[in-house]
Design a protein around this ligand. Structure first.
Ligand code: PLP
Length: 384
């Protein structure tokens, strides 16, 4: 291309549309006719607050976020949310059940890969409640130790009245994802959640955000995602929070929960319309441009179809290659991610030959996560 761009398969920050990069390049010099660059403009300027408002409404309309939920923008990545969800949900629980001690409070974690495992570890580290691993998918793996499957519904052991129920929709390192066909045993078992009171369901959508609609979105207490996997550069975290989970953390602290750092409190962000402090202005701006492009293309129905086809093609090739003994797929049938296909290239030195060959064809960063000999393929905008 005129830009000498390669096909970048890196898992994050991941590829973005060229038209967005070109428009950003112009805005770096002069944003919205202000004569000031986007990296220099005040986050309180009317031109920039319009960006934040547009971004909010682009997410709300495309994902069909109901008025019961507030969309927040923050920093610190998904990792900061590993802590924030625990602290805010424990505060919420304390306000609902002031009599319960930390020993009597449980937090259910569905562990299906290295990211949900990390999130559970952070909850354990923070304390304030007991972590119940509702299911650990390694128990059901082919080799007894890998995150290679989404466990079936019968295996979940949810607590009676947990402060939160946590899952990671798409495990980026391991390549497993919950099915969006809610009749499949590898979908999230929404039917097991106690209805009646508001379900405290929390989901990490970092690596599949905006690649297709979110099933049962309205039944979630919190959905969050770092922008850098699919819709923008790093520096922005999107948090969709049901309003009953935006609580007065100081009132909870008076009743005995740990004080919550202001920047991790959803109330701080909500009260300030996500502009409590200086946000990552460029990241917000570029993410808005990406979502605008997505809307122009036909929104999530378009991308769902594209990603469905892409996944079918990739897994088809991996299956074919598997039969010939060229590839070895890591993930069990029905648990495959649409966003990152994990596989091995079989044979002595074969992986290096594969990567070298791909590189010669302009396909870069196919080698996967440092913790695994796997190769993620990624992003709505991988090939354009
Ligand atoms: N959760 C998932 C599913 C991820 O893929 C990642 C990053 O790779 C994280 C959490 C951590 O995200 P961050 O780097 O934004 O903290």
């Amino acid at each position: 291309s005129t830009h000498d761009r390669v096909i970048n398969f890196g898992a994050g920050p991941s590829a973005l549309p060229v038209s967005v990069l070109e428009e950003t390049a112009k805005s770096l010099l002069n944003f919205s006719g202000t004569g000031i660059g986007i990296g220099e403009i005040s986050h309180r300027s009317k031109e920039f607050t319009a960006v934040v408002n547009d971004l909010e409404s682009l997410i709300r309309t495309q994902l069909d976020v109901p008025s019961t939920h507030t969309i927040l923008f923050s920093q610190g990545g998904a990792s900061a949310q590993f802590s924030a969800v625990v602290m805010n949900m424990l505060a919420r629980y304390k306000l609902l059940h002031p009599e319960k001690t930390a020993e009597e409070v449980t937090m259910d974690y569905v562990v299906t890969g290295s990211w949900s495992k990390k999130a559970a570890e952070e909850a354990r580290r923070l304390g304030g409640g007991q972590v119940n691993v509702a299911v650990d998918s390694r128990q059901f793996s082919k080799d007894g130790k890998s995150f290679d499957n989404i466990p079936s519904h019968e295996s979940y052991k949810l607590s009676e009245d947990p402060a939160l129920i946590y899952y990671c929709e798409n495990e980026t390192v391991d390549g497993v994802e919950f099915s969006h066909d809610l009749t499949a045993s590898t979908s999230f078992p929404f039917h097991l959640l106690k209805q009646g009171s508001l379900v405290p369901l929390v989901a990490d959508y970092s690596s599949s955000f905006m690649c297709r609609p979110i099933p049962r979105l309205a039944d979630h207490a919190i959905i969050y995602a770092g922008a850098q996997k699919n819709i923008g550069p790093a520096g922005l975290t999107i948090i969709i929070v049901r309003q009953d989970c935006i609580v007065d953390v100081d009132a909870a602290a008076k009743l005995g929960t740990a004080p919550v750092p202001l920047m991790l409190s959803y109330k701080t962000l909500a009260d300030a319309k996500s502009l409590y402090n200086t946000p990552s202005v460029i990241s917000l701006y570029m993410t808005k441009l990406v979502l605008q492009r997505m809307k122009e293309k036909g929104g999530l129905p378009y991308f769902e179809e594209m990603n469905r086809k892409k996944a079918a093609r990739i897994y088809g090739l991996l299956k074919e290659g598997g039969e010939k003994g060229v590839f070895e797929r890591k993930v069990s049938d029905g648990s495959e991610s649409w966003m990152n296909a994990t596989f091995l290239v079989v044979g002595e030195g074969a992986e290096k030959r594969f990567l070298d060959g791909a590189e010669k064809q302009g396909m870069m960063a196919l080698k996967g996560h440092r913790c695994a000999c796997l190769m993620p393929l990624f992003s709505n905008y991988r090939i354009q």
